[in-house]
Design a binder for this molecule. Sequence first.
Ligand code: AMP
Ligand code: ZN
Ligand code: FE
Ligand code: FE
Length: 285
Amino acid sequence: MKFADLHLHTRFSDGTFSPEELVAQAVHHGLAAIALTDHDTVEGCAPTARECEAAGIGFITGTELTAEYDDTEVHVLGYFLDTRNERFLAEITKFQAVRQRRIHEMVARINQLGVPLQVEAVFALANCRSPGRPHVARALVQMGLIKTLDEAFDRYLKKGRPAWVPKARMSGLEAIELIHHAGGLAVMAHPGLNRTDEIIPGLVKAGLDGIECFHTKHSTAMSERYLEIADQYHLLVTGGSDCHGFSKAKPLIGTVKLPYEHVEKMTAVVIARRQAAQAAAKPVS
Ligand code: AMP
Ligand code: ZN
Ligand code: FE
Ligand code: FE
């Protein structure tokens, strides 16, 4: 059997692996294909694609956008995107700026609590355009200001805690439209984490293509439930580990293995869509 992992992060957002390290891990776990889904960026796709090619495994471009629908945060994965699409790049650049401003605000709030974390330390550690809360947590641990990453989230960073700063988000409908504009498939990430299944029909109406049925934080019962929902709404089935390297307690790559037939189904939809778009663009002779 061939397997894939379609939810992975690198140093280009809040993961700790370089593309080289990530692909070495993918090879180690015997994966036939991977997708890179860094938050609000596709910068890591080109180097990861090169590593995959050298290693003889398949690569799918991707990203994970933070969106909202009906006041609920929803993460929308984009796959098979054209990573040079201008409007797509302009839009995600705005969200990267939002992330950078938010780091300043989170650190200011942590400082107000009397914790002397320097914002420069967070940016130096993040060393990417798309920083996030895990970088703040890691900087706190690295500076010896707190013991563990979990403690950083529990004390300061999770929703409702004093340094939690909401992120300006695009709407779920905009996220789907933007991914389609860049030629990609739009997939609802880890629905079991959101526990808001009532938003699924609206997203489907907006053109959602798939749903992440298999995820590290999904129980077997949850995965089965989302497989049924995928069936009901004719959605593609995806899955991945959401590995962040050592940003989480341990690297999760290899813990979720998506049967390769789902990658083939995704590929078929993308090819059919591109052919239809080409046919529509051709002048009738
Ligand atoms: P952000 O995009 O800046 O809001 O950060 C979200 C990231 O933080 C995601 O990758 C989450 O997996 C991670 N995260 C959220 N809560 C926790 C937690 N309690 N411990 C560790 N990582 C977390
Ligand atoms: Zn993340
Ligand atoms: Fe997510
Ligand atoms: Fe993720």
